[in-house]
Design a protein around this ligand. Structure first.
Ligand code: FES
Ligand SMILES: [Fe+2]
Length: 287
């Protein structure tokens, strides 16, 4: 059976069927230690925009209706996209209580509450404890819901951990390179060698850049997304446009312009030249 239809039918059964109780039932608890700071975790929780991109196998879309440091409220749907899985969700962060509450306001799973507590265990170590509460849950469905939530959250946190770790690395890199002296030019090696190592990343003037190929031509552009520093080097170029894997902002790598409409642009890269005699590839700061 189609997964969207199955989710929808189970939800209908829960809401209008068997159970006589309006009480929220505690379905299960998911716990996990993560080698990440509380700041990264909070940042991730209030970033609803990443759901359909980083978690594309779980969510099909999100339309953010309001957002801020307090959290967000949005219309969203599960993957694969179907009207049957449309829902409105609200996430509210409470740093005083080290937790955030995610409530389904309408649509699939209406009334569900997911409470996440993040307990700091060290500078870069936290434990997340996620409790799932579903209203009007017949006993017969409890195990099914528990398995679904545990499997889904295991996958979501695998993906979130990758994003949070990469972001922390990028922030650490920027902090560490602030005082570094850099020459105005940098020789990167022979063109043939570079072409054999594409995408070729390098550091220049406190930033990471990448050399890639677009329509047979070598192009150099920022390997760090200007939005939240996602790595861009491994994303394929589509007619000179790179799409960020975290929130799908799209950039023209030659001009740096954000072609998906957000108000940010890629950092200007150094100029790339190839010596016609030696085939040495050199990058040079633009004056
Ligand atoms: S980090 Fe958000 S679009 Fe790139
Ligand atoms: Fe996430």
């Amino acid at each position: 059976m189609n997964e969207a239809l199955l989710n929808y039918l189970l939800d209908k059964l829960r809401r209008f069927g068997v159970s006589s109780s309006n009480q929220l039932s505690h379905v299960t608890t998911y716990t996990r230690e993560l080698p990440i700071s509380l700041d990264r975790m909070y940042e991730n929780a209030i970033d609803g925009e990443h759901l359909p991109y980083l978690h594309s196998s779980t969510f099909s879309y999100i339309d953010i209706l309001e957002s801020g440091p307090w959290g967000w409220r949005a219309k969203a749907g599960l993957h694969p996209r179907s009207k049957l899985t449309d829902m409105e969700i609200k996430l509210v962060l409470n740093k005083d209580e080290f937790c955030w509450k995610t409530t389904t306001l309408s649509g699939l799973g209406k009334g569900t509450e997911i409470w996440t507590h993040a307990i700091p265990l060290g500078e870069n170590r936290i434990k997340v404890i996620v409790d799932f509460y579903v209203p009007k849950l017949p006993a017969i469905l409890k195990d099914f819901y528990a398995e679904y939530y545990i499997a889904t959250y295991e996958k979501l946190y695998d993906e979130d951990l990758m994003m949070m770790s990469q972001r922390q690395q990028a922030l650490d890199f920027k902090k560490a390179s602030t005082n570094k002296e850099n020459a105005a030019t940098l020789a990167l090696g022979n063109e043939k060698e570079i072409r054999s190592q594409l995408p070729f990343t390098f550091e220049f003037k406190q930033h990471r850049f990448v050399i890639n190929e677009s329509n047979g031509e070598l192009v150099v552009y920022s390997a760090m997304c200007p939005h939240m520093l996602s790595p861009l080097e491994n994303e394929t170029l589509d007619n000179g446009v790179v799409e960020c894997p975290w929130h799908a902002y799209r950039f023209d790598v030659k001009t740096g312009e954000c072609v998906s409409g957000q108000s940010c642009r890629l950092k200007t890269p150094p100029a790339l030249s190839i010596d016609p005699d030696t085939q040495q590839v050199v990058v040079k700061e633009l004056s």
